[in-house]
Design a protein around this ligand. Structure first.
Ligand code: ADP
Length: 399
């Protein structure tokens, strides 16, 4: 039977239809500009030509309706009836402290998701909208929520509590939650399988480096610390997010630039990171090009990013008392040999030694460290959709 995986953003919707017998992706697509002029769907069914739908989609329900039509379309579709969809798995960004695992969606779960809107005001509302749209269109199909935060619920208090008055944790639930959990979980488990080791015996550092980036310490299969925090703004310098900065900078620039809270939030989230430093782009491919052409600020941005990742790797090795495996994943981690090289350079003291030739690889599951390297350095393409589909299938089978 098939599982439909849905990932709703504020104006976008990504989906995959996966056959759980062989975990084959039957169809996938992307809806862009929902609620904005120029809405369109790019739909791909395996073995068929791309199907583009361009028509107004005023909301997620309309978008989903068109997606479901495309999936069962006689000419462009993958299945003949919606009855062939056993369940829907939804990516939900914030599960707060309530969810340390995926859950079947019911009214109580919906209430908890609503409660967590204040923790993820940009992300949870579109996730909830997607679930509601699905409920209306497929009222009898079970649905599961898979949370970005769930894998990190094993982080111990000493690594999730901020050094703020404790009452803020009690009153407002201010603590480290961490994100990209589905990805960190997937690649750490894959690493153990590829190395034919028991994950309980491994100290793994996983680097999810994309537009948003985070590093996680996975000790014995459990997340014990991660670089993103209360929100996905903390940690590494990212495409456009500032990552770790001195918090005193915020009131300082607000005063100097006469900025509102909203404006400063925009600067920290959308105008900072490697874009802010370089003034060139948030895309690492553009930065590589600019670096090659001698743009010093692009070089600086790349080196700031690399050093951030390096510092997290070393500090997590310290927290775990060692490191056996280092994994690179997501857009930059999977596709940029030069960034992996910048990051690993100088980490020989930890037993990390890259093989330059093996490292010259993009988007493949492979080991890139040399024979002398005590730490296995690996590239593992992430597959969050597959984890969502597996969790959904498992929960629905258990019902
Ligand atoms: P998201 O966080 O949006 O899921 P991805 O994981 O898809 O992002 O990563 C997107 C980023 O990956 C792009 O911004 C780009 O900088 C980077 N990227 C993709 N391909 C390459 C490449 N060949 N070299 C360097 N960076 C790349």
């Amino acid at each position: 039977m098939n599982i439909l995986v849905i990932n709703c953003g504020s104006s976008s919707l990504k989906y995959q239809l996966i056959n759980m017998k062989n975990e084959e992706v039957l169809a996938k697509g992307l809806v862009e500009r929902i609620g904005i002029e120029g809405s369109r769907i790019k739909h791909d069914t395996i073995g068929k030509e791309r199907y583009i739908i361009e028509e107004p989609m005023k909301d997620h329900k309309k978008a989903l309706e068109l997606v479901l039509n495309a999936i069962v379309d006689e000419e462009h579709g993958a299945i003949s009836s919606l009855d062939e969809i056993k369940a829907v798995g939804h990516r939900v960004v914030h599960g707060g402290e309530e969810f340390s695992d995926s859950v079947i969606i019911n009214d109580l779960v919906m209430k908890a998701l609503e409660k967590n809107v204040e923790l993820a005001p940009l992300h949870n509302p579109p996730n909830i909208t997607g679930i509601n749209a699905c409920k209306e269109l497929m009222p009898n199909t079970p649905m599961v929520a898979v949370f970005d935060t769930a894998f990190h619920q094993t982080i111990p208090a000493e690594n999730y509590i901020y050094a703020l008055p404790y009452e803020y944790y009690e009153k407002y639930r201010i603590r480290r939650y961490g994100f990209h959990g589905t990805s960190h979980k997937y690649v750490s488990q894959r690493a153990a399988i590829i190395l034919d080791k028991n994950i309980d015996d491994l100290k793994i550092v996983t680097c999810h480096l994309g537009n948003g980036s985070s590093v996680t310490a996975v000790d014995g299969g459990k997340s014990i610390d991660t670089s993103m925090g209360f929100t996905p703004l903390e940690g590494l310098a990212m495409g456009t997010r500032c990552g770790d900065i001195d918090p005193a900078i915020i009131p300082f620039i607000m005063e100097k630039e006469k900025m509102s809270l909203e404006e400063v939030n925009r600067v920290l989230n959308k105008e900072s990171g490697v874009l802010g430093i370089s003034g060139v782009s948030s895309d690492f491919r553009d930065l590589d090009d600019a670096d090659e052409q001698g743009n010093e600020r692009a070089t600086l941005a790349l080196q700031v990013f690399a050093n951030d990742v390096k510092k997290y790797i070393a500090s997590y090795a310290a927290l775990m008392g060692g490191i056996d495996v280092l994994v690179f994943t997501a857009g930059v981690g999977e596709n940029s040999p030069s960034m992996r090289e910048r990051i690993c350079e100088g980490l020989e003291f930890l037993g990390i030694s890259l093989d330059k030739e093996l490292n010259n690889v993009r988007g493949e599951e492979t080991i890139v460290s040399d024979d002398s390297s005590k730490v296995k350095v690996m590239v593992i393409p992430t597959n969050e959709e597959l984890v969502i589909a597996r969790d959904t299938n498992e929960l629905v089978n258990k019902r």
